[in-house]
Design a binder for this molecule. Structure first.
Ligand code: NAD
Length: 444
């Protein structure tokens, strides 16, 4: 036995089946959203493989190692099928998905032209957008009226999209620009205060919060791919719990931070010290341009900086990690487009205090790394909600730089603990044994 009970003792949670169509709506139809949509359509037409997606490619071990049961996750849990996905978006820039993808410059013509017919049909709805929150973007495709009126209009958009496309369910994944840094305040403390602030068009209510409020009111799961505060405030958490809506965030964990959450746990596992970690990036896409604004960068910086501190726990290991220096820079450099280059210089400390260095030079493609995360988050968020999971979905921490957690809990940043948590949550929901990796039973 691997635990105190067997799979046979355990009841699978009642999970509503993934019948009908699932609408995936993205605030933002830029590089990430178009790369995601184009990729799904390519996979559906047999032109690509869903590389980078756990829901499509990963297996999950069930029972003992000697049982030889390792189905694909998508065959184990009832997820929406790729053929049942329908896409929609909001964006202040009125370009359809084909034009937006061409401008983003992530995918090459050989991948875009065969699906041009499909991408051209996806036209963004008018955005709830204010230049004040994303200063580097100017768009004409925007809603007018008070914040409350805009939020109500977003609800109507969701209802119309659902009806026009015959969707059973809809999920929202935030793929829009990073908003300026906002701290949670009294306007976000309760549902009443939040709604009053919407009525008063209070500046503490950012556009992303209007989408989140609208999604929750319409019973749609919401995943936040950017570091904006958005749903991470008491008012919206409470509303989501009341409405039975699954939330997760914040900030897709794709390039440099993904690497950090692999390397830092490895150093800590070996009790090696850290004197400093210097990370710098050059990036030339629109996201890079938005992050060139110090107010938007501050939101990103907070998200990137918290990771090492939480993994290394200097308060617990002062001899190894107290006072390490952590610097993160993002430099907007147009020639590179979406192909980011990141450099990490890691000053580590070994036996008797001897210094060593690790250098990482990561030539990555931002949206190529982010697109499969959008797919997984949409499918898992929909699944979670059908399984009766509401509020913060901590088991989806795997996908985020700043995972949302219950108040007072330290987030888990270690990628492999996050992966175990994700898979054990799936096992739990499906009535299978947890895998503890104890393994003593093989030697009894
Ligand atoms: N690609 C990655 O690796 C990665 C990783 C983590 C987070 N992110 C985040 O994902 C988001 C999208 O990245 P991207 O590269 O696609 O950026 P992008 O600039 O190409 O696209 C963002 C789009 O959002 C639109 N937008 C801005 N405010 C909006 C609003 N209020 N409503 C609707 N649309 C709005 C913009 O007009 C733009 O078209 C960014 O916030 C980015 O920081 C990306």
């Amino acid at each position: 036995m691997t635990g105190s009970s067997t799979a046979q003792d355990r009841q699978a949670s009642p999970i509503a089946p993934a019948t009908g169509k699932l609408g995936i709506l993205t605030p933002g139809l830029g590089a990430v959203a178009t790369t995601f949509i184009a990729g799904v359509e390519s996979v559906r037409r047999g032109l690509s493989k869903p590389i980078g997606s756990l829901t499509q490619m990963a297996t999950i071990r069930l029972g003992k190692r000697t049982d030889n049961r390792s189905p694909l996750i998508k065959d184990f849990v009832p997820l929406a099928n790729l053929d049942d996905l329908v896409f929609g978006a909001w964006d202040p820039i009125p370009d359809d998905a084909y034009t937006a993808a061409k401008k983003a410059g992530v995918l090459e013509d050989r991948d875009l032209e065969p699906i041009k017919d499909f991408l051209s049909t996806i036209k963004p709805m008018k955005a709830a957008f204010e230049n004040k929150y994303v200063t580097r973007i100017n768009g004409t495709n925007v809603k007018t009226g008070s914040k409350r009126e805009q939020a109500e209009a977003l609800r109507q958009d969701i209802r119309d999209f659902k009806a026009q496309n015959g969707c059973d369910r809809v999920v929202l994944v935030w793929c829009a620009s990073t908003e300026i840094y906002i701290k949670a305040g009294p306007q976000h403390a309760t549902i009443e205060a939040f709604e009053q602030a919407m009525d008063a068009s209070d500046e503490a209510i950012a556009p992303s919060m209007l989408y989140a409020w609208a999604a929750i009111m319409e019973g749609c799961a919401f995943a936040n791919g950017a570091p904006n505060l958005t749903t991470d405030v008491p008012a919206l958490l409470e509303l989501a719990n009341q409405k039975g809506v699954a939330l997760s965030g914040k900030d897709f964990k794709t390039g440099q931070t993904w690497m950090k959450t692999i390397i830092a746990p490895g150093m800590k596992a070996r009790m090696l010290g850290l004197a400093g970690w210097y990370s710098t990036n050059i990036l030339g896409n629109r996201d890079g341009e938005v992050l060139d604004d110090p107010a938007s960068f501050k939101t990103k910086e907070e998200s990137k900086l918290s990771v090492l501190h939480t993994i290394l726990q200097p308060e617990k290991y002062p001899d190894l990690y107290e006072g390490f220096s952590h610097v993160v820079r993002i430099n907007y450099y147009p020639p590179r487009g979406d192909n980011k280059e990141g450099w990490d210089n890691i000053d580590i400390v070994g036996w008797m205090g001897y210094p060593m260095q690790i250098k990482v030079n990561f030539l990555c493609r931002d949206s190529i790394l982010a697109a499969p995360l959008v797919l997984d988050l949409a499918l898992f968020s929909d699944f979670a909600q059908r399984a009766g999971m509401k509020g913060i979905q901590e088991w989806l921490s795997f996908y985020y730089k700043s995972p949302m957690t219950a108040a007072g809990l330290q987030p888990e940043h270690d990628l492999f603990i996050q992966q175990t948590k994700l898979k054990n949550t799936l096992r739990h929901l499906m009535g299978e044994d947890q895998i503890t990796h104890l393994g003593l039973e093989y030697y009894a």
